[in-house]
Design a protein around this ligand. Structure first.
Ligand code: COA
Ligand code: AMP
Length: 665
């Protein structure tokens, strides 16, 4: 690795004012007035001073002995020696400091017609009691707890209760079906699984227990206990089946429990593991530590999002995704702000005015969601007529992330709302923005199509295949020079080798983001999309490998490939291409098989995969070593000129695929 060793400096040595202007500002294009350039420069030149200062916003039981421990590259650790409790910082300290009566969380659920507000004191009470209940089940520091729940307050309570005990939560998105859930349970090996009896989609109630039982039946790991939150829309039969694990309801679990105190945790201990999709069917367990996470998220609320204590903040995502972890749960609560937990959709619950209703009901200062949600609203209410009935005067900024913000959507949202619409680019791995227009630190002009500039702590570089930095305006692979800042992944759960091979092995000394793009003359980053086979469907990150595994499991399929193709609302949707086994009669059985394949993906991966189109093809294009040329097919399906590698085994396959892949008018 190329990164040199730096001197590890104790936190107490950090000067009180660390945002000193440096002599050579980076990214100092004509757009900048200095604060951003100074912060970014200092964060790279003297990370100890920069993050040491930021760490003062967090309450430690023991101050960190070091800010950045770079003694074992490429494994960097932040705030080693520090001790804290994330739940204490998110709840107890605010109650102690006089915010007990301030709303911490507004639960707004159009799908159940429920609205409920929890003050900081009330949320603390719930969390401490549930932590006590988990402790009664034997959950201790370091134990894993899988949370498979929809957008209900108990999901937030569960996460914070784990944090209180130092147990490691692993939240699994409720839209994932048994195969995805099982893969996560097998890797995380939880002592306890917390589930709800059902989730509620606009068109149907989704029972979780068949999915959970399906996952546990196929998993090699068995938890000790399964706790089920009964929801009246579809209560589950709890404990009625003979199972190797104990089953109880949430109420039974909590009954008689005594509040638990915060456990003192090492800054470098894991807070959670959140699985994310790679290209293979095996999800990657992104580890988040306690100390770096608290520092980075708290810093981002002030400096990126411009949100402070007492402000109301509305993030429409799901606790199963990183946006939900960071910006529904942890960052707003670490800040002493009020967060909105919205169980609904941008459209259809009941209409495309749903977000405006929520903003006006709670006086949200800022909101955050994925561009796809705005595209869905635009499709249903392009004139913004549904905004008219709501007072949106509190709304100062809209933040969008999770996928590329296309200029059309950006311009529409800006015109409709009349407030800055701010793109920010990041990943499950980073936990907070890599690039953003830092509204708190130094708002900059917005360039449509760009999430603006690298955030402090991130040395973003665009590299060519020889690891050379390309000139401004030239596309390449987006990489980040190590070390990554606090809050980003220190490794993958139980798999240091995979962390290195997946992220750090392509360019020595750099983290490979998996995204391609460029940086322009002003230092603005443009992210064009994944360079690998990871899918981004309606802001949901999915793996081609998982979907292919579901297709390949069908007895009529000889081989298959999944590619992501452009979609007006979802950004991207998967398309399946299958070669049938010899002897299968496509004419007679093709239609049935295609329908079964679509259903298999719903049953195994989840409806959220949105696989609607599967085509039977005579062959798949491959290299001579057998690698399927997904990128070539993706380009053909998007109507672009395909890149055909010289190593293709049989170029005539592409001619035979062309009519199938050609974009339909
Ligand atoms: N549990 C169970 N099923 C779920 C689910 C969940 N949590 N979330 C989605 N699904 C199902 C849906 O019901 C739908 O099923 P269907 O095929 O039977 O209709 C399918 O998965 C696809 O859902 P979705 O991706 O939500 O598509 P949609 O067409 O219903 O709605 C949008 C389109 C754009 C409104 C929706 O995708 C959306 O709100 N996206 C925002 C995503 C987001 O917040 N991402 C987080 C990153 S910031
Ligand atoms: P996830 O880990 O689910 O957050 O997905 C991360 C991926 O989503 C990134 O690697 C990008 O491909 C994409 N992404 C997220 N935010 C943006 C953005 N603002 N612009 C472009 N792509 C984005």
């Amino acid at each position: 690795m190329t990164s040199g060793r730096r001197v590890v400096r104790p936190l107490t040595d950090v000067p009180a004012r660390s945002l000193v202007r440096t002599a050579v500002p980076r990214h100092d294009g004509p757009m900048s007035n200095g604060a951003y350039a100074a912060a970014h420069e200092q964060s790279l030149a003297d990370p100890t001073a920069f993050w040491g200062e930021a760490a003062r916003a967090v309450e430690w039981t023991t101050e960190p002995a070091t800010v950045l421990d770079d003694s074992d590259p490429p494994f960097y650790r932040w705030f080693r020696g520090g001790r804290l409790n994330t739940c204490f910082n998110a709840l107890d300290r605010h109650v102690r400091d006089g915010r007990g009566d301030q709303p911490a969380l507004h639960y707004d659920s159009p799908v159940t017609d429920t609205r409920e507000t929890f003050t900081y004191a009330q949320l603390l009470d719930r969390v401490a009691t549930f932590a006590g209940a988990l402790a009664d089940l034997g959950v201790e520091k370091g134990d894993r707890v899988v949370v498979y729940m929809p957008m209900v307050p108990e999901a937030v309570v569960a996460m914070l209760a784990c944090a209180r005990l130092g147990a490691i939560h692993s939240v699994v998105f409720g839209g994932f079906a048994p195969a995805e859930l099982a893969a996560r349970i097998e890797d995380a090996r939880p002592k306890v699984v917390l589930a709800a009896s059902c989730g509620i989609e606009p068109t149907r109630v989704v029972d979780y227990m068949p999915m959970l039982h399906g996952a546990l039946d196929r998993s090699e790991h068995t938890p000790e206990t399964v706790v089920v939150l009964q929801r009246e829309q579809s209560p589950a039969e709890v404990g009625e089946r003979s199972t190797p694990w104990e089953e109880m309801t949430w109420d039974e679990c909590v009954e008689g429990a005594q509040p638990a105190d915060c456990v003192d945790i090492e800054a470098t201990d894991p807070l959670y593991v959140l699985y994310t999709s790679g290209t293979t069917g095996r999800p990657k367990g992104i580890v988040r530590d306690n100390g770096g996470h608290a520092v980075a998220l708290r810093w981002s609320m002030t400096n990126v999002y411009g949100v402070g204590p007492g402000d109301v903040w509305f993030t429409a995502s799901d606790v199963g995704w990183v946006v939900g972890h960071s910006y529904i749960v942890y960052a707003p609560l670490l800040t002493g702000a009020t967060t909105v937990l919205y169980e609904g959709k941008p459209v259809g619950t009941p209409d495309a005015g749903a977000f405006w209703r929520v903003v006006s009901a709670y006086g949200a200062k800022a909101m955050f969601t994925a561009p796809t949600a705005y595209r869905a609203i635009k499709r249903e209410d392009s004139a913004g007529e549904l905004m008219a009935g709501y007072d949106l005067s509190s709304l100062e900024t809209v933040f969008l992330a999770g996928e590329r913000l296309d200029p059309d959507t950006y311009e529409w949202a800006t015109r409709m709302l009349g407030v800055p619409v701010v793109d920010n680019w990041w990943q499950t791995e980073t936990g907070w923005p890599v690039a953003a227009n830092l509204r708190g630190l130094e708002p900059m002009p917005i360039k449509p199509g760009s999430p603006s500039v690298p955030c402090p702590g991130y040395d973003v570089q665009v590299l060519d295949e020889n690891a050379r930095q390309v000139p401004p305006g030239t596309e390449g692979a987006i990489a980040i020079e190590l070390p990554l800042p606090p809050g980003t992944l220190p490794t993958l759960w139980g798999d240091d080798d995979r962390y290195v091979s997946e992220y750090l092995s392509v360019y020595d000394g750099y983290y490979l983001t998996g995204d391609g793009g460029m940086v322009d003359e002003d230092g603005y980053v443009f992210v064009m999309g994944r360079t690998d086979d990871v899918l981004n469907v309606a802001g949901h990150r999915l793996s081609t490998g998982s979907i292919e595994a579901a297709l390949a499991g069908h007895p009529a399929v000889a081989e298959c490939a999944v590619i992501g193709v452009a979609d007006d609302v979802k950004g991207q949707v998967p398309r399946g291409l299958v070669v049938l086994k010899g002897g299968v009669d496509e004419e007679a059985d093709g239609e049935r098989i295609r329908a079964e394949l679509v259903q298999r993906v719903r049953d195994e991966v989840g409806a959220v995969a949105s696989l609607k189109q599967v085509d039977v093809v005579p062959a798949l294009p491959k290299t001579r070593s057998g690698k399927i040329l997904r990128k070539t097919m993706r380009e053909m399906a998007d109507g672009r000129t395909p890149t055909v590698p010289g190593t293709i085994e049989d170029a005539s396959v592409l001619d035979r695929l062309a009519p199938v892949l050609a974009p339909r008018a």
